[in-house]
Design a protein around this ligand. Sequence first.
Ligand SMILES: CC(C)(COP(=O)(O)OP(=O)(O)OC[C@H]1O[C@@H](n2cnc3c(N)ncnc32)[C@H](O)[C@@H]1O)[C@@H](O)C(=O)NCCC(=O)NCCS
Ligand SMILES: Nc1ncnc2c1ncn2[C@@H]1O[C@H](COP(=O)(O)OP(=O)(O)OP(=O)(O)O)[C@@H](O)[C@H]1O
Length: 238
Amino acid sequence: MRKFMRIGLTGGIAAGKTTVSHRFAELGATLIDYDQLARQVVAPGSVGLRRIVETFGPNALAPDGTMNRGWMAEHVFGPDAPADALERLNTIEHPLIYAEAERLERAALSVRHDGADASAADGDDAVGAVQIVVHDIPLLAEVIDSIPFRFDHIVTVEAPAGMRIARMMATRGMSRAQAEDRIRHQSSVSERRAIADIIIDATQPLPDMLAQVDRLYAGWVKDARRRSSSTSRPRLQI
Ligand SMILES: CC(C)(COP(=O)(O)OP(=O)(O)OC[C@H]1O[C@@H](n2cnc3c(N)ncnc32)[C@H](O)[C@@H]1O)[C@@H](O)C(=O)NCCC(=O)NCCS
Ligand SMILES: Nc1ncnc2c1ncn2[C@@H]1O[C@H](COP(=O)(O)OP(=O)(O)OP(=O)(O)O)[C@@H](O)[C@H]1O
């Protein structure tokens, strides 16, 4: 019997989400990184990039055929960004991202932890491994009503805006104005907390934060094992 749990991971930009998600991956979770998918679906030659250029014009394309991320970021987050620009970009990218996330999740669930094809080994499932799939979704609070997944738990990683702005300026080469623009276009701490059942405080010392992640993961594995006695199939509710 397969044991599967789907987790949503979110948090304000530069709060510490990637630090947390990498720890989950080290512990054995399958990680689906929506920032990475957002890059994949607009790769050169993709349907996503073609639609973006049709919608936003040739400035959206860099000379090397990739999406011009700097222009795009300014065009959707900057002070002179048209009111509906971010929504138009999201409308193009989000369905493509969800389709890819679904495909990755199905692929992960069809392979057992030891690498064997799960469909060929149903008889071994009584002692089968637990699979925790973590969807790392910066914008989960924004898309919670439209995303085609349901989560067993939602975790938000939080740090004060001042600390996040300082981190963006120090490590991502952003100006203060660019960092503030990015925060302003995201949901608030309270909106993220409203959808989450678990909060990770990223102002605590790193070892304490990672220990909290370890405890969470161990608890989920235990719950998934317990639950599997009443569920015979992975829950792919999409
Ligand atoms: C606007 C773009 C081109 C800017 O690219 P850039 O390289 O500067 O940023 P990057 O993609 O690395 O994102 C960094 C962070 O910005 C924030 N962010 C990204 N997209 C959005 C958005 N649509 N709304 C609010 N915040 C966003 C997130 O916190 C994200 O983690 C790019 O972010 C994009 O294509 N965004 C739309 C796709 C999307 O929704 N991505 C998030 C997946 S949930
Ligand atoms: N508990 C902590 N103590 C000290 N530094 C931390 C802690 N958590 C995260 N950081 C640091 O904060 C910075 C931002 O963390 P991280 O890259 O994980 O953020 P993020 O939320 O994934 O950002 P983004 O939303 O842009 O993807 C990193 O330099 C990371 O090392």
